[in-house]
Write a protein that binds this ligand. Structure first.
Ligand code: IMP
Ligand code: MG
Length: 209
């Protein structure tokens, strides 16, 4: 079973005033729940675990856009650092796929997949809530018969809506709240925020479509 850093349900988070947050989002957020530095520290360790487990396998790293782009880029940077500073290294190529299923803060039950032209052995993802997006993607990937598929997700949400699906590598397990920042969006907003934060109810109304 994948180990992860658990953020408790009663986690108070950090006051926004203690961190740098874009002015245009100051009124929209309740708390910083995972500061950017902690995301980076955890990602560095995930990179080490992945390189250890991959042996000399060639990795096709598949980024699940848009929400996974920050995590993917940072995870690959750490893997590259290990590759250039260790005796052992794993060859890497990259590919990108786009999935969309959310409107406002709810899943639409309809997972759209666009792009991606290669097989995958490592899939980098932002967040798993019900697991539906990832399960759809995995069944699609299995059609190209890859040797091995490993899923890395920065976040997994503790929610009764979960299908039970668990990724192979997990950064953090988080409470059942809608999170934004570090490329996670609410109707496309908040991707330009470094920390992972909790959105307040006024903001859900303000950016609702
Ligand atoms: P699932 O299919 O229910 O596992 O949902 C996964 C997808 O829903 C993610 O790739 C995100 O795009 C979106 N999502 C789920 N929870 C959140 C959240 O708290 N903030 C932002 N996006 C989320
Ligand atoms: Mg989204």
């Amino acid at each position: 079973m994948a180990s992860y850093l658990q953020i408790a349900d009663d986690e108070k988070g950090y006051n926004l005033d203690l961190f740098c947050v874009p002015r245009h989002y100051e009124k929209d957020l309740d708390k910083v729940i995972i500061p950017h530095g902690l995301i980076m520290d955890r990602t560095e360790r995930l990179a080490r675990d992945i390189v250890r487990d991959m042996g000399a396998h060639h990795i096709v790293a598949l980024c699940v856009l848009k929400g996974g782009y920050k995590f993917f880029a940072d995870l690959l940077d750490y893997i590259k650092m290990l590759n250039q500073n260790n005796d052992k290294s794993v060859p890497l190529t990259v590919d990108f796929i786009r999935v969309k299923s959310y409107c406002n803060d709810k899943s639409t039950n309809n997972v759209k997949v666009i792009g991606g032209d290669d097989l995958s052995s490592l899939s980098g993802k932002d967040i798993v809530e019900t697991g539906r997006t990832m399960q759809t993607l995995l069944s699609l990937l299995s059609e190209s018969r890859p040797k091995m598929v490993k899923v890395v997700s920065l976040l997994v949400k503790r929610t009764p809506r979960s299908s039970g699906y668990r990724p192979d590598y997990i950064g953090f397990e988080v409470p059942d709240a809608f999170l934004v920042g570090y490329a996670l969006d609410y109707n496309e907003y908040f991707r330009d925020l470094s920390h992972i934060c909790i959105l307040n109810d006024e903001a859900k109304e303000k950016y609702r479509v």
